[in-house]
Design a protein around this ligand. Structure first.
Ligand code: NDP
Ligand code: 8X3
Length: 258
């Protein structure tokens, strides 16, 4: 039977890598994002390289009506969804609570929490009706331990953690797996977005470290999804070798070499 995955936020970073990994495994891949040109490019690449079907959905995940319309359209194109990866998200700004930009806060809450809920509310009933499926939520080490200036971003990822646990309970009777993958620092467009397009400042975050790469997270997502039917990874936290948690990390040069 055709295997189908829906990956939100697939125009870059983890989402693009996960879509690519599952295309390589023969999945029909549904990809989403706001950047239509990138979605078209990725669709072309994956279809040509792996010979799979790719469906691109352009919507802003913060807009409930857009999410509902796009997923209603998707339902006319695919018979079911095996895997939903709730990946679309961002950090916007890095300020103390007394100086934070309220627009940044709203963007993070609307994207990381409300957007994830809008998509899940559409897809979970599809999975329930087949009593099968797997939801993979991309959380963060920031959803496990807070760090200075992380305030609202951390709060959204703590919310993802709570929602992951809740979904697993609510969907338990239907045999639907729910997994959280919580990465630490990873080299994607994340920091450029966090610093509102300041690429130099973003580069500084990854200077002197071998951060996680998007493909690392894609491999982990594939591992979680390819386990036997009775096995569900509930919660997985992964960092690069030089990071212990949200706020404790060293540079590669500080590591004692064997
Ligand atoms: P990227 O910036 O590379 O990718 C983010 C993706 O989210 C893009 O495809 C973007 O698409 C999509 N997205 C953002 N806002 C919206 C929106 N309003 N509507 C639709 N899509 C949106 O970052 P990452 O790959 O690193 O981030 C992916 C997830 O991983 C996020 O949830 C992030 O919080 C989390 N994460 C990242 C870590 C890191 O250090 N990189 C570590 C831990 C977790 P588009 O702009 O085209 O809409
Ligand atoms: C992204 C990782 O440490 O920048 O979720 O918050 S961090």
């Amino acid at each position: 039977m055709e295997k189908i995955i829906l990956v939100t936020g697939a125009t870059s970073g983890f989402g693009k890598a996960i879509a690519t990994r599952f295309a390589k495994e023969g999945y029909t891949v549904c990809i989403t994002g706001r950047r239509e040109d990138r979605l078209a490019e990725i669709k072309g690449e994956l279809e040509q390289t792996y010979g799979v079907k790719v469906i691109a959905l352009v919507f802003d995940i913060r807009e409930r009506s857009q999410v509902e319309a796009s997923i209603n359209d998707l339902k006319t194109q695919v018979p079911h969804i095996d895997i939903l990866v709730n990946n679309a998200g961002l950090a916007s700004g890095l300020s103390t609570i007394d100086e934070g930009d309220i627009d940044d806060w709203e963007t993070m809450i609307d994207t990381n929490v409300k957007g994830l809920l809008y998509v899940t509310r559409q897809i979970a009933p599809m999975m329930r009706s087949r009593a099968a499926g797997h939801i993979i939520n991309i959380g963060s080490t920031a959803g496990k331990t807070v760090y200075k200036n992380g305030n609202v971003y951390c709060a959204t990822k703590f919310a993802v953690d709570a929602l992951t646990q809740s979904m697993r309970i609510d969907l338990l009777p239907y045999g639907i797996k729910v997994t959280a993958i919580n990465p630490g620092m990873a080299e994607t467009e994340f920091s450029t977005v966090r610093f509102h397009g300041d690429e130099e400042r973003a580069k500084g975050i990854y200077a002197g470290v071998k951060a996680l790469q998007a493909e690392d997270i894609a491999d982990i997502a594939w591992y979680c999804a390819s386990l036997p039917p009775h096995v569900c990874i509930n919660d997985l936290t992964v960092t690069c070798l030089t990071q212990a948690n949200s706020f404790y990390a060293i540079k590669e040069a500080e590591r004692v070499k064997p």
